[in-house]
Design a protein around this ligand. Structure first.
Ligand SMILES: [Ca+2]
Ligand SMILES: [Ca+2]
Ligand SMILES: [Ca+2]
Ligand SMILES: [Ca+2]
Length: 337
């Protein structure tokens, strides 16, 4: 049993560690192949990596990169000589809100990739997730969306996940503003039609300040054939001027396709921002862990370490270790989806 403060103590011990530039990983393991190289000049050294996606978006065998551009996103394709050419641009129709997150997957199963992007700091009418689908010859059509979300919401994360482990992707969205912070799951029940199939409120009744969900991933850590949805959650208490962060786990209850999940676990307070969650496999032992990225600053720009949690039996989680970013990148590979 962990004493309160143990996680924070361990993390602080590791936080003396060096600053490491942020790295980014596959948005969607199992779907379009991830490629680490990107268009030169699209990132600023030392700054937070903007949302972007690498994969073959138009199915021609060449890697594409989807990046934020103006009030929307642009697609770049990698040429044989390693340079990149812009091949398409998608703009959301309702104003000036910036793009905060991107995901790509074929979620309605018609063989054509969808590009999802969500907006930041939008007004009531334009904080949404926009969906464009590749039609032919690098043309993309606006085919739907999600939201609108509460006034001034921010879409914090969009991720293609397989939330019921049936092999078909759903879209997880986290969005936040004030007391309206949610993790939601959408399924494409018909062609070009995404329906909200599950949601959980992140904000709690007695919260001071704001409790926000960040990234999401899915895995069956306790191996009972019922997948869990893991959410990285952060909170800032303005009165105490203190950061808090947790992992939450929701486990599926019932048959695939019914999308019923109950919260089964919340980690101890890590007393720092928890900006990211991944489910990872230790390369040497094959053991699976839910890993929380613990950050020193807000907004997260300097990941300090990763806290690893294991589940040896059903719903029984314990802290398995704290790793520096360098150790984490060397010893573990992502396996959640
Ligand atoms: Ca391509
Ligand atoms: Ca599709
Ligand atoms: Ca699924
Ligand atoms: Ca499970």
């Amino acid at each position: 049993m962990l004493r309160k403060g143990t996680v924070a103590g361990l993390i602080l011990a590791v936080m003396a560690a060096l600053w490491v530039a942020p790295s980014f990983a596959a948005e969607i393991p199992g779907w379009p192949k991830f490629d680490k190289e990107g268009p030169v000049g699209l990132t600023a050294a030392g700054k937070q990596v903007p949302p972007r996606f690498f994969g073959d978006v138009d199915g021609n065998g060449k890697t594409d990169c989807v990046v934020v551009k103006g009030a929307g996103v642009a697609v770049f394709e990698r040429n044989d000589d390693g340079t990149w050419t812009e091949t398409a641009q998608m703009v959301h129709p309702t104003g000036t809100a910036g793009v905060s997150s991107i995901a790509v997957a074929d979620t309605d199963g018609d063989g054509r990739q969808e590009i999802f992007f969500g907006t930041a700091h939008g007004s009531e009418n334009n904080c949404r997730v926009y969906v464009f689908e590749h039609k032919e010859k690098k043309t993309f059509a606006h085919v739907g969306g999600m939201g609108p979300y509460a006034n001034s919401s921010v879409v914090r994360c969009i991720k293609a996940v397989d939330a019921d482990l049936d092999g078909k992707p759903e879209i997880a969205v986290t969005h936040a503003y004030g007391r309206e912070s949610y993790v939601k799951l959408y399924s494409a029940r018909e062609n070009d039609k995404w329906t909200e199939v599950w949601k959980a409120k992140i904000t709690e009744e007695d919260d001071k300040g704001f409790r926000y969900p960040n990234t999401v991933t899915v895995a069956d850590l306790d191996n009972d054939k019922m997948p869990e949805i893991y959410v990285a959650v952060q909170h800032y208490d303005p009165e105490a001027k203190k950061c808090h962060g947790w992992l939450y786990a929701y486990e599926m209850d019932g048959e695939p396709g019914r999308y019923r999940y109950e919260r089964i676990w919340r980690s101890d307070d890590m007393e720092a921002y928890v900006s990211n969650v991944r489910v990872v496999r230790e390369k040497q032992s094959g053991k699976i862990y839910a890993a929380a990225q613990v950050d020193l600053s807000m907004p997260p720009s300097s990941p300090a370490c990763w806290a690893l949690f294991g589940s040896s039996e059903k719903n029984a989680y314990s802290l398995a270790g704290i790793k520096t970013v360098k150790e984490f990148n060397g010893l573990y590979e992502e396996c959640g989806r």
